[in-house]
Design a protein around this ligand. Structure first.
Ligand code: ADP
Ligand code: MG
Length: 226
């Protein structure tokens, strides 16, 4: 019997996307083909404006492709719209942005509990483990806007992983941090995503951040090169 490749967590086939710029159409992604397997970690680099965020937005259902097909865990989601995407994001997706995008005026605990509440779940041992590993135990009752950038990004990681998503999308997660905080955030992100069993697709400008991922992709002129 032929050995079967594992079902990819994310699969794109000939995905294209562009934007109208005045009366000009500007193609950003050109018939992209890619796969990400479960628990695989991928860095995505490329020049500014090359479409890195657009690619993440398509995979998270925040934008829709012009053409092509997209599968998530084997489900054809090319024709999904808001209700299906919302459910996928609640259950399967964590996101970390350059701007930490935490919920103010909530405190640390309520930020982390938020994605769980959307699933009807309560604070659990995994959440305590995240707090401990991220060294934010002492901060749980603090409003997030009082925290440093590095602390806020550690809270954002806990929030993104609280429901153990199959996929973590990170868009320049260390972009607003100094070198030391960036290094720490990358180590924690990788370790905790591995603990959660989450795959990672991470946009970064930083070669040292990219080195933390198992695979490295480069996006240029609408195409992804490994
Ligand atoms: P990157 O993240 O690699 O810097 P982006 O994906 O943000 O690049 O953007 C790629 C290109 O698409 C840029 O030229 C940008 O101006 C354009 N673009 C992105 N989103 C939109 C949008 N919603 N409307 C119009 N143009 C957009
Ligand atoms: Mg971007």
């Amino acid at each position: 019997m032929p050995s079967q490749a594992p079902r990819p967590l994310v699969q794109l086939a000939r995905i294209s996307k562009g934007f109208n710029d005045g009366d000009q159409y500007h193609q950003v992604l050109d018939a992209i083909e890619l796969r990400i397997n479960r628990a695989e970690t991928v860095a995505l680099t490329g020049p500014s404006g090359s479409g890195k965020s657009t690619l993440l937005n398509l995979i998270g259902g925040f934008e829709y492709p012009d053409s092509g097909k997209l599968w998530l865990d084997g489900a054809d989601c090319s024709l999904w719209r808001d209700p299906q995407w919302s459910r996928f994001r609640r259950q399967q997706l964590g996101v970390v942005f350059q701007q930490f995008n935490l919920l103010t005026p909530l405190n640390v605990r309520d930020n982390i509990a938020f994605p769980l509440a959307l699933l009807g779940q309560k604070w659990n041992d995994w959440c305590d483990y995240l707090l401990y590993k991220l060294a934010i135990v002492e901060l749980v009752n603090r409003p997030v806007e009082q925290l440093s950038g590095g602390q806020q990004q550690r809270v954002a990681i806990a929030r993104a992983l609280a429901h153990r998503p199959a996929l973590l999308l990170a868009d320049e997660p260390t972009g607003n941090l100094d070198a030391e905080a960036a290094e720490e955030v990358m180590q924690l992100l990788c370790m905790l995503a591995a603990d959660a069993g989450s795959a990672i697709l991470m946009v970064t400008h930083s070669n040292s951040a990219a080195q933390y991922m198992q695979r490295r992709w480069h996006l240029q002129q609408g195409k992804v090169h490994e």
